[in-house]
Design a protein around this ligand. Structure first.
Ligand SMILES: N[C@@H](CCC(=O)N[C@@H](CS)C(=O)NCC(=O)O)C(=O)O
Length: 209
């Protein structure tokens, strides 16, 4: 399998964590987002929306969307599971993951920021306010949804941690204060010493700058 990836893409970072948790061997092919490589026709043929991550299977099938890729990996190698067996807790894990993937990430994605700059002439300070607002509001909601023990939903990492840690990485990168999010900070600390999260970290990738 091949993962089309970018070291600082939080959606791709989710997939890297899932791959590492499951101990899968996947070749990484970096797509440099700031150089616009995602829009090259060759890559767009794999990912019609021109975004990473994309997983290429050995038979040439492409899967886009990080949560769909992670679902596939979870089905391919169910152990360790990324969702708890209990249906209610599993729904809560998904709700936390989807809050990040659907309510935060699309608002602060590169092409949205580039559209604000290019179409509406947004300045750097306005972009910073925009980014901080959506990350702060979304993570404040996630803070209320999780129940660390020490991971977001208990003793083992789940889909919630897989989505949360890349978003926390971005919050740190853009100076979003997390003082009002002690549960998230506790999960961040638990994941910081977990080998899968260490392996998947953006700065641990060969294309990191
Ligand atoms: N919902 C998608 C989001 C993927 C996505 O937007 N990836 C970003 C990087 S985190 C990207 O490739 N952006 C390129 C661009 O905006 O041009 C997923 O979960 O895979």
């Amino acid at each position: 399998m091949i993962l089309y990836d970018y070291y600082r893409s939080s959606a791709a970072y989710r997939v890297r964590i899932a791959i590492a948790l499951k101990g899968l061997v996947v070749e990484r092919r970096p797509i440099h987002l700031l150089r616009g490589e995602q829009r090259d026709p060759g890559y767009r043929a794999k990912s019609p929306l021109a975004i990473v991550p994309t997983l290429e299977l050995d038979d040439g099938t492409f899967i886009t969307q990080s949560l769909a890729v992670i679902d596939y990996l979870d089905a391919l190698k169910p152990d360790p599971p990324l969702l708890p067996k209990d249906a209610i807790t599993a729904a809560q894990v998904r709700a936390a993951a989807l809050t990040i993937a659907c309510e935060i990430h699309p608002l602060v994605n590169l092409r949205v920021i580039q559209a604000l700059q290019g179409q509406f002439d947004a300045k750097d300070d306005q972009i910073a306010i925009w980014r901080k607002r959506w990350i702060h509001d979304g993570l404040s909601a996630v803070e209320a949804l999780i129940a660390p023990g020490p991971f977001a939903f208990g003793a083992a990492p789940s889909l919630a941690d897989v989505c949360l840690i890349p978003q926390v990485y971005n919050a740190r990168r853009f100076d979003v204060p997390l003082d009002a999010c002690p549960r998230i900070v506790a999960v961040e600390a638990a994941c910081a010493s977990h080998p899968a999260f260490i392996e998947a970290h953006p700065q641990a990738q060969p294309d990191a700058e």
